[in-house]
Design a protein around this ligand. Structure first.
Ligand SMILES: N[C@@H](CCC(=O)N[C@@H](CS)C(=O)NCC(=O)O)C(=O)O
Length: 200
């Protein structure tokens, strides 16, 4: 049995939880939700970077970070592949994942700055991070018309990123000026794998 160490609100871990559902692998993965503060020692003992998600394979190997775990899980069965095998489709999906993950890195950094420094957070840095989030959303909007039919790792990453913004930055109007992304989101947000993993 594999074990996924995660937090219920982590958007990076959410990609993996969605893949597990899309590929019907729930019976093979134990989900261990942890608390980043209370379970810090446990987390640091498996990942020197102290971040979730972490996967412990059935053989006891430790795998991180989320793009690597996603690809590992996808490789376990040929059913419903979420990483296109090769060619342009593969590079596009990987780049879509990198774009959404990069948006999340900026958003998570803002959350950390606000938590640690409150109003004393350096405004210039927060604004620069905010600019990255908006630039990433613009690029996501322009990518939607080129999406292929299969729900791939890129599209899963978009859902995880958008809904993290909705959870943590409710006043960031991600839809404004982004009609393609907005419509695509409305059509895909309630897929069973997305619905079941949505952060409360
Ligand atoms: N590049 C990593 C990012 C993971 C990440 O930033 N996780 C956050 C939670 S959403 C975390 O564990 N933060 C705790 C810390 O950095 O101490 C991935 O894709 O897995």
């Amino acid at each position: 049995m594999m074990k996924l160490i995660y937090t219920t609100t982590s958007p990076y871990a959410r990609k993996i939880r969605m893949i597990i559902l899309e590929k019907d692998l729930s019976e093979r993965v134990e989900l261990q939700a942890i608390d980043l503060v209370a379970d810090r020692a446990l987390l640091n003992s498996v990942n020197p970077l102290g971040k979730v998600p972490v996967l412990i394979t059935a053989q006891g190997d430790v795998i991180y970070d989320s793009p690597v775990i996603c690809e590992y899980i996808d490789s376990l069965t040929a059913i419903s592949p979420v990483f296109p095998a090769m060619g342009a489709a593969r590079w596009e999906a990987l780049t879509d994942q990198a774009l959404a993950d990069g948006l999340l890195d900026a958003a998570v950094q803002i959350m950390v700055l606000r938590r640690e420094m409150g109003d004393a957070a350096p405004e210039k840095l927060v604004l620069a991070l905010d600019d990255k989030i908006h630039a990433a959303l613009n690029q996501m909007d322009s990518r939607v018309p080129a999406f292929r039919e299969a729900f791939d790792i890129g599209q899963m990453s978009y859902i995880a990123a958008i809904e993290y913004l909705m959870l943590r930055f409710p006043k960031l109007y991600w839809r404004t000026g982004r009609p393609s992304l907005s419509l695509w989101y409305d059509e895909n947000a309630d897929r069973p794998s997305a619905f079941a993993t949505r952060p409360a």
